[in-house]
Write a protein that binds this ligand. Structure first.
Ligand SMILES: [Zn+2]
Length: 369
């Protein structure tokens, strides 16, 4: 296995920065598998049918540079490597990093070193474990524009896309453009149309579950809470949640809050997970284990000190949700097939439209959290 060589160098301003060489080409491509709105290798032909329960890991906010405000990222290196040791031991079906991958945005001269370090560290993830990256506000700016989005796509592939895993349809959104679309209105419009089309197609393809991944939570606790820094605008939120309820989205996974939070919109779980990197609350650095069963999800956030040696999957089907003891342990069951069919029959006709050609372009600014 060819791993990037870690070296220590000094940035021009004189403070130390850990720098890494670019991963070898075959390893570098693992970071750009999201192309043409799909994740290469995790497509319907290979992964469209349910076979058995599995688990995956959701990570968020590695945010290289946040501990020191871009003066270095040694703490992030240490935490990410702890995460990767767990990943390679547990062998999840896939891992997904729900942004912010770095603290510097692409227009910052310190961005390149942080991206290199991210790739050097995550190249250590076993090659048979797909790595899915999601863009956060630090990855494309608080006001994304075409240049920033284009830079992100060069390093990490598409900013929004879908993939299939074991019969489960997963949809990844660019939440920064939902938060602020002033410099990228076309991107927002194209993503909205794409998302609704993907929801419809997932249902037609009889996805066992539909899961959504993004950086900003739509909401932290209640679907009608006022907008603030850590959630998304109310009007766009309610419109999207209406769609996700209609199409029986099982759960939405997000980061950005640097703490855990949880809420439900109808049957749709809104799961906000704490950071791999710098915490902003009482939840220590860690990641979330998500078990996917035919009839339910189970998920729990683990600080790195408390990650189990292995993940056990039950073969049994539950007819009623277990009542978790911890607020961070959640179980959700599927509605009955009859209920699903009734819901499908009620879907608005306005969403039965073809997929438009989708591109991304638009303008932006730095961010601080
Ligand atoms: Zn963020």
């Amino acid at each position: 296995m060819r791993l990037a060589t870690l070296t220590v160098c000094f940035f021009a301003l004189g403070y130390p920065l850990a720098c890494a060489s670019e991963p070898a080409t075959d390893e570098a491509t693992r970071f750009t598998r999201a192309q043409k709105r799909e994740f290469q290798g995790l497509d319907y032909a290979r992964e469209g049918k349910w076979s058995k329960p599995f688990f995956f890991l959701q990570l968020a906010d590695t945010q290289y540079g946040f501990f020191t405000q871009n003066q270095g990222f040694q703490k992030e290196i240490t935490l990410v490597n702890r995460a990767i040791q767990h990943v390679n031991r547990l062998k999840p079906r896939f891992i997904i990093v729900c942004g912010d991958l770095t603290h510097a945005i692409p227009s910052d001269p310190r961005y390149t070193a942080q991206v290199r370090q991210f790739k050097a560290d995550f190249s250590k993830v076993s090659k048979d474990i797909p790595l899915v990256c999601v863009c956060g506000n630090h990855d494309i700016g608080n006001q994304p524009d075409p240049v920033l989005i284009s830079s992100y796509r060069k390093h990490f592939g598409d900013d929004y896309f879908g993939f299939w895993v074991g019969g489960v349809r997963c949809l990844v959104l660019n939440s920064s453009v939902i938060k602020d679309s002033k410099s990228a209105p076309d991107v927002l419009a194209q993503q909205e149309e794409w998302f609704k089309t993907m929801l419809r197609q997932a249902q037609q393809a009889q996805a066992q579950h539909i899961l959504v991944f993004q950086h900003h939570p739509w909401f932290l606790k209640t679907e009608d809470e006022p907008e603030e820094y850590f959630n998304l605008p109310v009007a766009r939120r309610l419109s999207a949640l209406t769609a996700m309820k209609q199409y029986n989205v099982r759960a939405i996974f997000a980061g950005h809050y640097h703490r855990n939070s949880y809420g439900k919109a109808g049957n749709v779980e809104m799961i906000t997970s704490g950071p791999v990197g710098r915490p902003l609350g009482k939840d220590p650095s860690g990641f979330r284990v998500v078990k996917v069963y035919r009839d339910r999800l189970e998920h729990k956030y683990y600080p790195f000190d408390a990650v189990p040696t292995q993940i056990q999957l039950s073969d049994s089907q539950r007819t009623a949700p277990a009542v978790p003891n911890s607020k961070d342990v959640r179980v959700a069951t599927l509605p009955s097939p009859a209920k699903t069919r009734r819901a499908a029959a009620g879907i608005s006709r306005r969403w039965q439209r073809p997929i438009p050609a989708s591109t991304s372009t638009a303008v932006a600014n730095p961010s601080s959290r």
